[in-house]
Design a protein around this ligand. Structure first.
Ligand SMILES: Cc1ncc(COP(=O)(O)O)c(C=O)c1O
Length: 480
């Protein structure tokens, strides 16, 4: 069955193909893609594949995302799709600003553009936040197009391409969170050639935490300055005539739920400032990593348990994380008689839980559920991050089965394994939560196109289709 429009549906009803499972009547009234039995008035929804779904509002409570009943919305639209909430983004930003106001710290917030630089996201963020951090020419252009001013941007990343840095300098960017001595040399030359004076804030390379973080550190120690490198930079700093050392930076990772890791890094920076008697330091940039809702960082043990079908009880995300962090930094500064500006560079905290990916079950094969989405749209590996996955068609069903959820492509296309769920059916809708960060900005076209993206506007009941599903010519134009 391939139902494309109401005409197809009318024909099915005219030809008496559809029968009400409840009262066996075969006449229906049509309301868009909802039909109601004309005798018992029971409502059903019908999708293009002809799946008829009984809508019983008494026993099946709908799943709401922001103000939208997702069960109804998903029935009426093609899956998969992303849907974002402007209100959630605004609320997340408010939490950051309110926590900053309540503290006695000087805090500046830079949105980490790489997290999600879709135009509509940057526009919402720009309405609230003036500063942003970029790490490539592409992000720089996206930020400038959305109204960020060059002077309010910072540039970071381990790879500084000369043309990108020149564009940044020409756009008025002043602050560079450099990653290496080599970048200082490049920046100083470009600043001299362009008659500019630039601020640098070297990223320092710290690790903290348990054995799992130590393993992670084998890969992350490529970012930032080691102890040796920073000593060399500090020794030579006066020879970089067009650079001014204005602060230090670090970024410890994403989805951290650990205030003490930040504190220990800040303490090391305070020691460095004191040891080298650095009087002109104005700020400490503590990067991002604040925990978003709907997603957890896996520990080594939680992965192990999950493989054997067991779930470790996990520590809840601390709702007061930001306030607690501010309080601790404030008391640390007080103790050390220090009054520096703190720069936050969050990404996931702002947009992570503001977006979800909705998909439909293609098939159920023993313990495997295949959905019509793919990890192409959510490339972060489930071994590192554990995303909440909900069958919204069985929202209140008993979670007595364990399923592994796979996408439509190849081997590594797995959203999670051994997730407790009610028994699913083909056609059920699956919501992948906290899909707003590192999803669209990292998505690829491996065998599929990027799906429709909707935005629920905050001050109206509008749901805007901000970007239509790509089509084949979007992808192949100019490729052959
Ligand atoms: C230097 C830097 N700052 C900030 C962020 C944003 O991190 P998060 O999205 O976890 O807040 C990142 C992300 O990779 C980063 O590399």
């Amino acid at each position: 069955m391939n139902i494309k429009n109401n005409l197809d549906l009318e024909n099915l009803i005219k030809n008496k193909v559809l029968i009400c499972p409840k009262c066996h009547n075969n006449s229906f009234d049509i309301h868009s893609f909802l039909i109601a039995c004309s005798q018992c008035k029971t409502e059903y929804s019908i999708n293009k594949e002809g799946i008829v779904r009984f809508i019983d509002n008494n026993c099946q409570q709908p799943f709401f995302f922001s103000t939208v009943n997702l069960n109804t919305f998903s029935e009426q639209h093609n899956t998969p799709f992303f849907i974002f909430s402007e209100k959630i983004i605004n609320d997340n930003i408010d939490i950051l600003f309110n926590a900053a106001k309540e503290s006695n710290l000087k805090i500046k917030i830079y949105y980490s553009v790489k997290t999600n630089f879709n135009r509509f996201i940057l526009n919402i963020v720009k309405n609230n936040i003036n500063h942003a951090s970029v790490s490539s020419g592409l992000e720089l252009s996206a930020a400038l197009t959305s109204g960020f001013e060059g002077k309010d941007l910072s540039f970071d990343g381990p790879v500084y391409e000369e043309k990108d840095i020149l564009s940044a300098i020409n756009a008025g960017v002043e602050l560079f969170n450099i990653d290496s001595y080599e970048q200082a040399v490049l920046l100083n030359r470009l600043a001299q050639e362009n008659n500019r004076f630039l601020k640098i804030s070297p990223r320092l390379n710290f690790f903290s935490g348990n054995i799992f973080y130590k393993i992670n550190y084998l890969f992350t120690d490529r970012f930032g300055f080691s102890n040796e490198e920073i000593k060399r930079l500090l020794k030579d700093i006066s020879s970089f005539k067009n650079l001014k050392l204005s602060g230090f930076a670090f970024h410890l990772g994403s989805q951290l739920n650990n205030v003490s890791a930040y504190l220990s890094a800040i303490k090391k920076i305070i020691c460095l400032i004191k040891k080298h008697n650095l009087k002109d330091i104005k700020h400490i940039n503590i990067g991002g990593g604040f925990p978003a809702k709907g997603i957890r960082k896996n520990s080594f043990m939680s992965i192990l348990f999950r493989f054997f079908g067991m779930n470790l009880k996990r520590k809840e995300i601390n709702d007061n994380f930001i306030s607690e962090l501010n309080r601790e930094i404030s008391s640390l500064f007080k103790k050390n008689n220090i009054d520096l500006e703190i720069i936050y560079q969050p990404g996931r905290y702002i947009v992570g839980d503001a977006g979800i990916l909705v998909s439909r079950i293609f098939s159920v094969k023993e313990k495997w559920i295949f959905v019509d989405a793919s990890v192409n749209y959510l490339p972060e590996n489930f071994l590192g991050l554990n995303r909440r996955i909900i069958n919204i068609s069985k929202l209140h069903g008993k979670k007595s089965f364990k399923y592994s959820i796979a996408g439509r492509t190849l081997c590594s296309d797995i959203f999670n394994i051994n997730v407790k769920m009610p028994r699913p059916d083909r056609g059920d809708f699956i919501v992948l939560e906290s899909a707003g960060a590192y999803s669209l900005s990292r998505a690829n076209n491996f065998t599929t196109v990027i799906p429709d993206i909707y935005l629920i506007k905050e001050n109206s009941s509008d749901i805007e289709l901000t970007k239509k599903e790509e089509n084949v010519s979007d992808i192949y134009e100019g490729k052959f």
